[in-house]
Design a protein around this ligand. Structure first.
Ligand code: KG4
Ligand code: ZN
Length: 336
């Protein structure tokens, strides 16, 4: 059997990334150009700034990915690209580049859902067994996804308001931490105690929906009131209390999902899957089935994960025409 090579492109938010995958799961390269420094001073991603950065670096990312993989464009069998969800201008840069590349080299184009990419990054850790449940936690999404078989994704629960990563970044801003704040809050949380007692929304309800806006508001109010009264807050305890509330909610809903859907594995993926506190709780509390978390380098946005999801789409024969457009609100199908 001849080898198969897929080149994948990711540009849905503030990372421009191009990767090359050999056969089913050998990542030969995964070039990531992060723009995070350009967005830090704004405390979040500025869409127009993101699009411009993607345009500037995407060609170099293509060249570097091929060079590091030690293959030429003629060796490629397909080009995959994230077409949603994400920022429309940012997505369009990757899509335009991928389409031009597919056309120039007469190879098929594979459309990939960004969240499927996060989930399939777990394939680098272990071979996945189906059906599986996935907890996807990123800056833009918080969802429980039932994967009945490869390439078949069904949302069984999601956030009604803020995503968990977004909540981390917003409370981080209130504490004057650098964007994105998730990692630093996680580190500070490990040095503190849960003393502030934040709310855990809908934790007792049987449904699989999340809500983080109440927690975020409670945090902001506490901070604001303390500031006005000139009271000192213990930063480490504040972070520990916030993180304890987040993790209690994520763990409770994940356990409910596992009770409602018999599955062979739990995958936890997305930027927030880098959270050490979450990893510890999962290891302690989910013991009945294997918990698969992608390696740290594949938790944040990268094209390697898009390539890993694209390999499944390739096998299923899911290709796009050259009129593929960005779908900023692209979602998995809803099960309920
Ligand atoms: O998946 P991702 O790289 O981008 C999106 O698709 O959104 O996720 C980025 C998010 C940010 O909100 C960041 O603060 C959060 O992941 N994050 C973390 C940690 N590392 C990154 N949140 C909590 N704990 C961490 N260790
Ligand atoms: Zn992401």
């Amino acid at each position: 059997m001849t080898d198969r090579y897929i080149l994948a492109v990711e540009s849905s938010c503030d990372e421009t990334s191009v990767a090359v995958l050999k056969n089913d799961n050998q990542l030969l390269s995964n070039i990531i150009a992060s723009q995070v420094d350009s967005h830090k001073r704004f405390g979040g991603v500025v869409p127009e700034v993101a699009s411009r950065h993607h345009v500037e670096v995407i060609t170099t990312c293509f060249e570097d990915a091929l060079q590091e993989a030690k293959i030429s464009a003629d060796d490629l069998d397909a080009v995959a690209v994230t077409y949603g969800p994400g920022l429309v201008g940012a997505l369009l840069v990757g899509i335009a580049a991928a389409k031009a590349f597919a056309w120039a080299h007469s190879i098929p184009l594979i459309p990939v859902n960004h969240m499927a990419g996060h989930l399939m990054a777990a394939r680098q850790e272990k071979e996945l067994e189906y059906p599986l449940m996935a907890l996807l936690v990123s800056g833009g999404h918080t969802e429980l996804v039932y994967v009945s078989e490869p390439g078949h994704y069904h949302i069984v629960g999601e956030t009604r308001d803020d995503a968990v990563g977004e909540a981390y970044d917003k409370v981080g801003r209130v504490m004057c931490l650098t964007y994105p704040a998730g990692r630093e809050i996680d580190q500070l949380a490990h040095k503190g105690e849960d003393t502030y007692n934040f709310p855990r929304a809908m934790i007792k309800d049987d449904h699989l929906e999340f809500s983080f806006s109440g927690l975020k508001s409670a945090f902001i109010n506490l901070h604001h009131n303390a500031e006005q009264k000139g009271e000192d807050l213990v930063l480490e305890d504040l972070c520990a209390s916030f993180q304890a509330a987040v993790l209690d909610i994520l763990m409770a809903k994940t356990k409910k999902a596992l009770a409602q859907y018999p599955v062979k594995m739990l995958v936890v993926a997305g930027g927030v899957a880098a959270n050490q506190g979450l990893r510890e709780r999962l290891a302690q509390e989910i013991t009945e089935i294997p918990v698969i978390i992608p390696p740290l380098r594949l938790c944040g946005d990268n094209a390697g994960m898009i390539a890993l999801a694209a390999a499944i789409e390739y096998d299923l024969g899911h290709f796009a025409k050259l009129d593929l457009n960005a779908k900023p609100s692209l979602a998995f199908t809803y099960n309920n």
